[in-house]
Ligand binder design. Sequence first.
Ligand SMILES: Cc1ncc(C[n+]2csc(CCOP(=O)(O)OP(=O)(O)O)c2C)c(N)n1
Ligand code: SF4
Length: 267
Amino acid sequence: MSNKTYLRERFFPHLWCPGCGHGIVLSGLLRAVEQLGLSKNDLVMVSGIGCSARISGYVDFHTLHTIHGRALAFATGVKISRPELKLIVPMGDGDALAIGGNHFIHAARRNIDITAIVMNNRIYGMTGGQFSPLSGPGINASTAPYANIDPAFDVVELAKAAGATFVARTTVYHVKQITDFIKQAVVHRGFAVVEILTQCPTHFGRKNKEGSAVDMLKRYQETTTPIGSKAKQDNPDLIERGIFVQKEAPEYCDQYDLVIERATGGQ
Ligand SMILES: Cc1ncc(C[n+]2csc(CCOP(=O)(O)OP(=O)(O)O)c2C)c(N)n1
Ligand code: SF4
């Protein structure tokens, strides 16, 4: 089966700007699904609103393109009613952790079997470059023309603290890792978070003088390092890539089944 089997070609050309990193995430995801040999009918992609969230329009799975920030709430409903399906929820940093932050921490706390992909370009791309909770201090945005002063969340630390049982980070420079981590996240039983650093050359890049999309991609190579590397000891500013958490814990739908059993006396 080719990657194209999973695409809705009738929706192309896509809406992403030239050089946007989101397309790299899409191709990594398609490779993961293909390598796992998953049937289109076993997959549900639920997304909110954003350039990143638009990815659900392009995949030929069951898809729900819902409202900004609420994708995990919709996905929770789908998963509870059809626990045998695999749920994938791609979100931008704004979608996942500004308006959607509440849903994110509670989905992690419940350990519901959903794969959350945070496509982190550190800005609101779709609406014109406002800063997000992942922008961090010193970043220029349309809502911070004299530089942002808000500290940023660390997605990995937040997901870990909230109870996610699979937590990984990579970048669009590291394409094989995207596929590898998404594969592991999808087969993991529980709430899995894969943060993917991805470039928005149109807003983040221009406002922060980051150069071309290629320059932005190269920066992911230069500013990240595998977990526990010697380079990290020498330069603590490097961002770590890898799998930070991979553990077993009771999954929400399984626990819910037990509640139903108790309530019905097993009938
Ligand atoms: C309830 C609601 N509030 C605000 C918006 C406007 N809005 C659409 S997308 C978006 C942010 C997009 O940024 P992000 O989620 O980081 O994704 P990106 O576009 O960068 O991929 C906002 C604020 C909306 N559609 N609905
Ligand atoms: S505005 Fe940014 S995030 Fe949106 S498609 Fe363009 S480059 Fe990508």
